[in-house]
Design a protein around this ligand. Structure first.
Ligand code: DGL
Length: 262
């Protein structure tokens, strides 16, 4: 079945849970007149510790549902789902603007004279071929240290952003990278920007922090413009949240995270 895309349709934003709201925020800043349909698959999260085929099947199923709702484009606001499924999605829907997110290694590697760059991401993102190719592009310009962070997204899924447990988890996880051991850190999972302040406080204020949200939003704007699908009227768009978790608390957390200052 071929979908007919309308400029008045919403932009779909997909993540394994609530993390993609860090990308939704950049999209809404850049294109405030657009409507957004955000879908989080919290029931099946975390994706980052699953096998690639499972994540691909889940992501393609949710993408199809989003297109059935009339979405005019899709942002896969999950590094893990992007590495597992974006190529398949583009093959299945070559005429729909589909934008994925990948760790912001490029700006971090170019942020200084041969900087030491820590890349925090899910185990799946780090083990995928897509990530190895990305690192190979910049390893002459920077020392790049990939760090799988199983468990970090769960704090964000619970809305546990200020607690002592998160601080303890990060202090242990980042133990070897404190005391001036790195110059930059890439938040290679869309959940992690919500823990930005805590990550910064463990690593030190001299460490620059990068994430791919803004670049992804710009790419979606370019793709929609090229397809003639951007809204042109002066209006305030709205956001609809859907989540496979089916619990009102999760939707309340989504709204809270969209407004959060981090
Ligand atoms: N938010 C997802 C990402 O950007 C991952 C979280 C998960 O493990 O499900 O990679």
């Amino acid at each position: 079945m071929k979908y007919s895309l309308q400029s008045g349709g919403p932009i779909a934003v997909f993540d394994s849970g609530v993390g993609g709201i860090s990308v939704l925020r950049e999209l809404a800043r850049l294109m405030p007149g657009e409507d957004y349909l955000y879908y989080g698959d919290s029931k099946h999260a975390p994706y980052g510790v699953k096998d690639t085929e499972t994540v691909r099947t889940l992501t393609c199923g949710h993408a199809r549902w989003l297109f059935d709702q009339g979405a005019k484009g899709l942002v896969v606001a999950c590094n893990t789902a992007t590495s597992a499924a974006v190529r398949t999605l583009r093959e299945q829907y070559p005429y729909i603007p589909i934008v994925g997110i990948e760790p912001a290694v490029k700006p971090a590697a170019k942020s200084g004279e041969h900087p030491r760059v820590l890349v925090m991401a899910t185990p799946m993102t780090i083990r995928e071929e897509k990530f190895r190719r990305l690192v190979a592009l910049y390893e002459k310009e920077a020392d790049i240290f990939p760090l799988p962070c199983p468990g970090l997204m769960d704090f964000v899924e619970r809305g546990d952003l200020d607690g002592e447990d998160l601080h303890k988890y990060l202090t242990e996880l980042l133990y070897d990278y404190r005391d001036n051991a790195v110059d930059a850190v890439v938040l290679g999972c869309t959940h992690y920007p919500f823990a930005r302040r805590q990550i910064g406080s463990v690593l030190g204020s001299h460490v620059r922090i990068f994430d791919g949200g803004e670049g992804t939003a710009r790419e979606m704007q370019r793709r929609l413009a090229a397809a003639g699908l951007l809204r042109t009227e002066d209006r305030q768009g709205h956001v609809v949240f859907e989540n496979s978790d089916g619990n009102d608390d999760k939707l309340a957390l989504c709204r809270k995270l969209l407004m959060l200052d981090y």
